[in-house]
Design a protein. Structure first.
Length: 185
């Protein structure tokens, strides 16, 4: 008898003798034919009483409280110049047309640039906020303006900022801010 593995007839006989003496570790149970039982007709389903679950109400979205940049106060000379619009900003940053990530990067690099050149005043043009029916601050108009104070307060530049004020009408009014930096010592 020839085996598929190529055993010789003597090897095949020895294998047969050995296999007859071995007991399986997990013997298989003999398969018995199942008796055919007529299925019971299904019982009618019992009605399940459930109280109607109202749809969940969305939580009211409260705008986060802005973290204010510490306004260390400006002397009267600075306040008069800011209120009258006679101040000429040394650097202007325009964030129109930027998304939040690009606006943040531009703001941080612009403040770093202003500090590097020794500028004291920055005109930050953010655009005016216009109310729209949108819950997400990232997609409505005025989102950059709403985030600027938080970004400045959380940045590494916060200790160099003396004040952040609304710009005079000739520099953009409600759509712009003045950032006054401390004098570098």
């Amino acid at each position: 008898m020839s085996s598929p593995r190529g055993l010789s007839s003597e090897e095949a006989e020895a294998w047969e003798k050995l296999a007859a003496t071995v007991a399986p570790l997990h013997p298989r149970k003999p398969v018995q034919p199942k008796a055919v039982v007529a299925p019971k007709p299904p019982a009618p389903p019992k009605p399940v009483r459930r109280a109607p679950v109202p749809p969940p109400r969305p939580a009211p979205i409260a705008p986060p409280k802005p973290v204010a940049v510490q306004d260390r106060g400006l002397d009267s000379h600075w306040d008069r110049r800011l209120k009258s619009g006679t101040l000429q900003p040394e650097l202007t940053l325009d964030l129109h047309g930027h998304n939040l990530d690009a606006a943040y990067d531009r703001l941080m690099s612009g403040v770093a640039q202003a500090r590097a050149i020794g500028a004291r005043t920055i005109l930050l043009v953010t655009g005016k906020a216009r109310p729209v029916e949108a819950a997400d601050r990232a997609s409505r108009r005025g989102a950059i303006r709403a985030k600027v104070l938080d970004w400045l307060a959380a940045s590494s530049h916060h200790s160099a900022i003396a004040a952040v004020r609304r710009a005079h009408q000739r520099h953009g009014g409600d759509g712009a801010l003045y950032i006054v930096l401390k004098r570098e010592r």
